[in-house]
Design a protein around this ligand. Structure first.
Ligand code: ATP
Ligand code: MG
Length: 199
């Protein structure tokens, strides 16, 4: 089990927990959706799962160590090509440059970016950059994949496409956790955690 939460919540201000304590496991090969209104603590929950925030309430147990986070706002290296962004994690994992580039091209195609391979990151649209970050996350083959609002910037057909690719990633064995407002993304999830205010 990559990550287990026991009665976890978080207070940025003492005495004001963001949400009622939650207990859950993010298992390999499953997709968990985290839903709730803006400001309810979805991104905070991802940060807790990543080990970036130590929760002020409850216990987190983590076994795997390969964790990739796809941010709400995509960040890349301005002058590097789209292809480089996807092939570098493969090279870092020990693949030869040529093989890595071939795999990266396949991933770019999966995410509808085949014709953007040679374009520098700075020239991509917001939605293209978001999809590129997903393709790079897949290339890194994480045990835990945290995705923050993957479809917020996409039109419906591309959002549907991205939801399909995310589902495929979980079958490859990652524990996927997605913060989302998108009803279609939610339907692609095996489990849904609804964050509720502390009342
Ligand atoms: N480092 C911080 N210090 C203090 N308060 C914070 C910090 N980070 C987030 N918050 C507050 O905690 C609450 C939850 O933030 P979070 O980013 O987790 O919400 P969210 O559910 O992801 O929202 P959205 O749907 O808008 O992305 C917000 O009210 C936010 O202002
Ligand atoms: Mg958020």
């Amino acid at each position: 089990m990559p990550v287990t939460f026991e009665e976890v919540s978080h207070e940025f201000h003492p005495g004001r927990p963001l949400f009622r304590p939650i207990s859950c496991s993010f298992a390999a090969g499953t997709i968990t959706g985290v839903v709730g209104p803006s400001g309810c603590g979805k991104s905070t929950l991802l940060a807790i799962a990543a080990g970036m925030i130590r929760p002020s309430v409850g216990t987190v147990t983590r076994s795997g160590d390969r964790c990739v986070w796809v941010f709400q706002n995509p960040h890349g290296v301005a002058r590097r090509s789209a292809l480089d962004h996807v092939s570098l994690p493969l090279v870092a994992a020990g693949r030869r440059r040529r093989d890595a580039d071939l795999d990266a091209e396949r991933l770019l195609t999966d995410f509808g970016l085949a014709d953007r391979a040679d374009v520098p990151f700075s020239a991509l649209s917001g939605g293209e950059a978001q999809r590129l970050m997903l393709a790079r996350a897949v290339a890194a083959a994480p045990e835990l994949l945290l995705v923050d609002e993957p479809t917020a910037q996409l039109d419906r057909p591309m959002a549907a496409h991205v939801n399909t690719v995310i589902a495929r990633l979980a079958t490859a064995g990652a524990a996927v956790v997605i913060a989302t407002h998108d009803a279609d993304t939610r339907r692609a999830c095996d489990e849904v955690i609804r964050l509720e205010g502390p009342r």
